[in-house]
Design a protein around this ligand. Sequence first.
Ligand code: AMP
Length: 426
Amino acid sequence: MEIKAIRGFNDILPDEVGKWQFVEEVAREVFEGFGFSEIRIPILERTELFSRGIGEATDIVEKEMYTFTDKSGNSLTLRPEATASMARAYLEHQIYSFDPVAKLYCIGPMFRYERPQKGRYRQFYQIDAEVFGVGNPMVDAEVILMLIHFLKRVGLEKLELQINSLGCRDCRPLYRGELKKFLTEKSFQLCEDCQRRLHTNPLRIFDCKVETCKEAIADAPQVINFICNECQGHFNQVKGYLEAAGLGYVLNPRMVRGLDYYTRTAFEVVSYQLGSQNAVTGGGRYDNLFQEIGGLDIPGIGFAIGMERLVSLLPKDKAFVRYPHLFIAAMGEETIKEAYRIINQLHLQGIRVELDYEGKSLKSQMRRADKLKAQYVLILGREELKRGKAILRNMESKLQEEIPISDILNVVREKVKGVEQGNRDC
Ligand code: AMP
């Protein structure tokens, strides 16, 4: 029987991968421009990191983690998100001793045992950016600004920035109590999961998709009306900085985010092109996370962008695939050898070159060049070779010119530069 991939685990095929590379390149460029450095963290961590960091009573920890016991009896988990691991690395390697402020980003796969559907997978990729060590609201605005800047550079439109404040350790329990009181009276309307959430983590009920739960929570008290003066002051400053940067936002008092560690600023960027899974990215401040995993009082803020959802929003007409710059059509043993010599020189110059491996006719080599979408074809025939010449054909305009073999490197380099420049400009 043919072996297939596991449900919810996707292959990203070569004709798709150009988009992924493009997104990753833009992320690296934009984030590094804002002073962020890449960090690479393991895919597997001790289960405790997530149960303590994300919170026992979250959907992720309760039912979505890929957890198993290894041969030494340790409980390990495939990372469901990157923030807790990045925070662990910051503590473990005492990155704070060099500079308490660390701006880090990470790109890679995450794993959650969710019910697969369009836009929701069991292995999915995230781009994460985090700032550790600063509680100043200016950083909240800066992180949001960087995110929007990145999304615009990638080419996304029809985006909406939604923000909320979730309060802190001091004021959130008050809100939690009020919410619980309100929902207890409506508990008969709640689904089985939410009946349980009512006692463990009532804020999660905002995320429930069951119709009766949505109705029950529609008029619930809102966290923003319960936050303390410090949190209100922080939120006002975040809004002030966003306005100073000219960034539009929408207040969404119902946004509570799925993870327990968020405090104060929470934000999401939603797209109206995606149907029900419309959150491209979300993030927020988490000033308690470090205490949960390492006992230190270090503030943090960051976001995670879902790559699959982002890639699905990219403009369809943009060419992300890197086609060959040049196809060399050569016939006969002698010319093929000459072609091979030229190809090696071109490769060293970073020019993408293809050729035929099967000694086919010129006609079928031209067909292959067309199929591969090569921009130019260099035709090397026995006759031309004798005269030290080759024919260069522009596959788009169909114009041909004869060029000396000794000039190939220069001519092709110049033409390719022109094409690359054109691609960047469009
Ligand atoms: P979260 O870590 O839950 O805050 O999610 C951050 C972003 O990751 C979301 O806005 C989604 O774009 C993406 N994401 C989360 N879960 C999944 C999933 N199961 N499949 C695909 N993308 C996801």
